[in-house]
Design a protein around this ligand. Sequence first.
Ligand SMILES: [Zn+2]
Ligand SMILES: [Zn+2]
Length: 367
Amino acid sequence: MAPSGSRSVKRSCQRVLYWIPVLFICLIVAWSYYAYVAMLCIESIENIGEKIVYLLVYHVFFIMFVWAYWQTVFTKPMTPLKEFHLSYSDKELLEREDRGESQQEILRRIAKDLPIYTRTMSGAIRFCDHCQLVKPDRCHHCSVCDKCILKMDHHCPWVNNCVGFSNYKFFMLFLAYSLLYCLFITATDLQYFIKFWTNGLPDTQAKFHIMFLFFAASMFSVSLASLFAYHCWLVCKNRSTLEAFRAPAFRHGTDKSGFSLGLSKNFRQVFGDEKRYWLLPVFSSLGDGCSFPTCLVNQDPEQPSSPSGHNPSVKSGGEIHPFPAKPLRESQSRLLNSGQSWSESEGTMDREKEGTSNLAMTIENET
Ligand SMILES: [Zn+2]
Ligand SMILES: [Zn+2]
């Protein structure tokens, strides 16, 4: 094993290298700004009206694109709340015990207080040995970030960040606005690109910027369109990229649509309930990232609150509510049987109604 000093130097070098793709994107965008604004609009377009319209629309897309990208890159991924972490005494207990029934007992006791419905493929509690925590639903350990990330979608080198619960909406908007940005450039640059090949442009360096701008924008449009279409499909299905590759396992088995609540609700899970925030890269996703409504909760025979009817519902305090009839924040309150938010609900949860404690569990590390 390498000494810790050289390990930290290696890690620091890696951190610097991880920024290279982001720097590459920044340079491309900076050049595209120069090429479009200075070379195409100011230097090559003669019609004043056309020039103004192009510049105005371009800057709207540019600002939204840069804003969404900034938010995706610099929004810290959210990690599980302290309730999911093992206490010092639990850690000591776990270390003292051999991997067997005793350890299962400890994890079972911890997990029964938590709103988790997914398991490992073998039916065990999802436990991160590295972070020493019980993984919330849809949470995964990222080996690049070296921590557990809530609703982890994937680690994206182009933003040098984990795309997950905290920034998935920003990532979607980044894809959308970058696609619009590229399509707009492609569409408006097309006639000047044709002029380049028909010798209709004055013989300045601007014409080469115009040509390369068209190539770059059209190529990025194709790749962004396919990626954006794929993520739109994921949002509609309420799946993360990881879940699309490996369906989440519930106690009754794997179910790739386990978190799907219907098209409209799936969309609102990511973009929120308020329409005025849908197009802005400000956080408006529903929930806290630690627990998620699932239409399968009522199908779980071990859920004491599960009615047997067709409509998915969750029961709390003796009442049956359509599940999730309200935004996730409220659904979670019901899940936890507390009027307060999850982070405030420590010690006030109705532990019996969680219904997560009846399964024989084994420790299984997932990375
Ligand atoms: Zn972890
Ligand atoms: Zn990561």
